[in-house]
Design a protein. Structure first.
Length: 372
């Protein structure tokens, strides 16, 4: 299903808010949850540790531990890698060296990583790093290896799957699916939702978010007095219909597109880019579908019989810093401009720091310098 620019924006709002809330509630849960006795383990440091509840996931439960304590010396950076060991890739972590492997899926007792982090060999992380694994982290890594040491790709490379809605006690509180996830975290932490905001507060919040401006007093009073079941939806639609919606939301896109009214180098002279700015604002106000919003900016000039508006949309690729210095070397700046466009396109549309591959193979993503 294609997302419009508005639904795409609201989906990002929901996912970002959900991530922040989930992180906050997870921290609260970890802080406030009473400790439970753990099953006896073969090593004293693993005794009396609260087990991770539910199934383990690499990206959520394991990768943060490895990233904070192990990956700087046993990861993708060849310059800082120790002992030729990588723990960020399953094939490397399970490679047999000196008749053993750092990770032997399903067998923590024979896995050298578990031996080291539990102090039964050379202690890892080394004391010189001033990093120490907690008993709970050791228990998580041990359990992960025992369960098969299943890795996951970075979340940005994993196709999203609609999750099952969590069970909650206060079912009547949730008005939409996102509410169920928020409420589940609250209930897990023993917390209750804050009281609902009054209508004047809510009108101010949604107006500032969608238009960047406080609401007109008359609009607030009309919303306060509106007793219809879809009063809030009507208020949101009113702000969506405002020309200020595109002006406000367009600022964020134009920042990412590196929009500016001057060249940026040498005299930093004025340049005519306002037509592209207006195209972005109008596209948001027209609720242009996101696929068209993307295609027209990246390749509007390559469409069959492109309109003037579609040609203007390609200003996305012309927002880069330029120079009109007489002594500039043409070939040098052609390369710089192409580099800038590749970096911006990857950052905006892929969410990836492809610019790291300008000087070397990417240390965290699967991009090589040659690919760049």
């Amino acid at each position: 299903m294609l997302l419009s620019t508005r639904s795409w924006r609201l989906a990002l709002m929901g996912s970002t808010s959900g991530l922040l809330l989930a992180t906050a509630f997870s921290t609260l849960a970890a802080t406030n949850q009473p400790k439970k006795p753990a099953a006896a383990s073969g090593h004293p440091v693993l005794r009396h540790v609260a087990p991770v509840v539910g199934s383990l996931r690499y990206n959520r439960d394991v990768q943060p531990i490895l990233a904070a304590n192990c990956i700087s010396c046993h990861g993708p950076d060849s310059a800082s890698r120790q002992a030729g060991l990588r723990l960020d890739r399953p094939a490397d972590a399970a490679a047999i060296k000196n008749r053993t492997a750092a990770i032997i899926p399903g067998n923590p007792a024979a896995s050298e990583m578990i031996t080291r982090i539990t102090g039964r060999g050379q202690l890892m992380p080394p004391p010189s790093t001033h990093k120490t694994l907690t008993p709970a982290q050791i228990a998580t890594l041990t359990r992960w290896v025992k369960e098969g040491a299943k890795y996951e790709l970075h979340w940005s490379y994993v196709a999203p799957v609609r999750p099952t809605l969590p069970a909650v006690k206060n079912v009547s509180w949730a008005r939409n699916p996102i509410d169920r996830f928020v409420l589940a975290r609250l209930e897990k932490a023993g917390l209750t939702p804050a009281p609902e905001a009054d209508r004047r507060t809510l009108a101010r919040r949604v107006s500032l978010d969608l238009t960047g401006l406080p609401p007109e007093p008359a609009d607030v009073e009309a919303y306060v007095k509106d007793k219809s079941p879809n009063a809030y939806e009507k208020l949101v639609d009113k702000f969506f219909a405002s020309p200020h919606y595109g002006e406000h939301r367009g600022r964020y896109w134009l920042d990412a597109a590196r929009y500016a009214d001057t060249n940026g180098i040498h005299f930093d002279n004025y340049r005519e880019m306002w037509a592209y700015r207006d195209w972005v604002i109008n596209a948001l106000n027209k609720n242009l579908p996101f696929d068209k919003f993307t295609v027209e900016q990246l390749a509007g000039d390559l469409l069959p019989n492109p309109t003037t508006e579609q040609l203007v949309a390609t200003g996305f690729n012309r927002c880069n810093i330029t120079t009109n210095e007489g002594g500039a070397i043409d070939e040098e700046y052609r390369v710089l401009y192409a580099r800038d466009r590749a970096e911006t396109t990857s950052a905006v549309f892929l969410g990836s720091t492809l610019n790291c591959s300008v000087c070397h193979d990417h240390k965290y993503d699967p991009y090589t310098q040659k690919d760049f």
